[in-house]
Design a protein around this ligand. Sequence first.
Ligand code: BG6
Length: 482
Amino acid sequence: DNDMPSTIVIFGASGDLTSRKLIPALFRLFQKKRLPEGTRIVGVSRSDFSDEQWRNQLGETTEKFLPASFTAEDWKQFCQHVYYRPGDITKADDFVALGKHLDELEGAACDRVYYLSTSPRLYESAITLMGQAGLADESAGSRRVIIEKPFGTDLASAEALNQSIHKSFHENQIYRIDHYLGKETVQNLFALRFANTIFEPLWNRNYIDHVQITVAEEVVIGRRGGYYDTSGILRDMFQNHLLQLMMITAMEAPARYDANLVRDEKVKVLHSVRPMSGSDFACNTLRGQYQGYLQEDGVPAGSQTATFAALKLYIDNWRWKGVPFYLRSGKAMSCRTTQIVIQFRSPPHLLFPSGKMRTPEANQLVIQVQPAEGLQMYFQSKVPDTEMKTRTSHFDFRFQDAGPDGMPDAYQRLLMDAVNGDASLFARSDEVELAWSIIDPIINAWGSAAAPDLHVYEPGLWGPTESSEWMQGQKRSWFDVC
Ligand code: BG6
């Protein structure tokens, strides 16, 4: 029931994600009057704040992160729904006390969303204790739990986490976040593919030569060295974000836009990914580390952790057989850009031969996920006043400004969906496990004696030079455009 009030309980209330993303998103939803009437936000962490202290802290950070839409008046109103409750999520008693406190605060039936924004080490025990304290019981309203990434650190730990969570919560109560799915342009992929007739007939092995998915970041690791060095680019970006983008690009149309039907189709893509073995790791994966990474705080001497990776994956199904999907991501790259390039095949017969005239370039559809949200279609047109020379031209679509703070942040959509009980844009248990089963063998190969070289690259470029050579060796090239 969408009109039932909700309580949103944030565990990890004093953390960075809460002030940087969750509270600003909830504040914007409040301003837009999207949250059900009577919705409360309760922060929980070990720090000993009063309601007032927590509200004041968040007021400052929210103003900083939302300069365009923050007003003191709206904030004051929002704060009437914001509470703080000290608690230690490693203690069973604290959950029991929290349960009583929430019941009193709510006074009547109320839906609840629990947001686990804590250290991932604590997920398993926190969820078990929540179950024991009756916090998953749905007799007085729905009880949903949102779990931040990373969901496990490999297949075995993800399976163990799923098994343990399923003892307290049913799968349909569990919302595993991948914030890329909350991005408007990622959702627009569904619209592009399934609300148009002109793309889908071409969206297959007969017309597409290959697909490139790039998530480039300009930032370096900075102070996140301690976390990052145990994670690396494959766990941090590929197991989740890159594979999500690949699934939505490659999936079949579901019968309806329904959480389970959508996720069934995504999971089929992962089932079809060709497993790598033997020399595949050397031929189809590339790893790099930016120059200077070893000097970052918290990074051990001689670390072999990759901050750049490129993978060539095949999806062995009827639609995609033989079409490589190149996935690439790195830190310390030339700019921040996430884009999906659909590289079409060359025309079957060239009427305008090279030599006198240039070989026409094959069509490209470039889906700009961020920050220049939109898409471009590249095609050949005749150069006026030449005999029959062609050149590359393009259609350019940009999303219009979506409001005072531009495109809404991904967390707005995801929090709203969790409140409304729509799990379409969250990862299901099988999806997360399958994603690990694709990434694990690569991580293992990279840790073995047969690991491909770790290429050191200069910050501010497109990763290691070997990455361009690798593509050239396959008579292809990366779309290196900011
Ligand atoms: C996070 C990763 O999941 O995604 C970060 O842990 C990365 O390392 C971030 O920087 C990128 O997200 P976005 O939304 O800025 O592309």
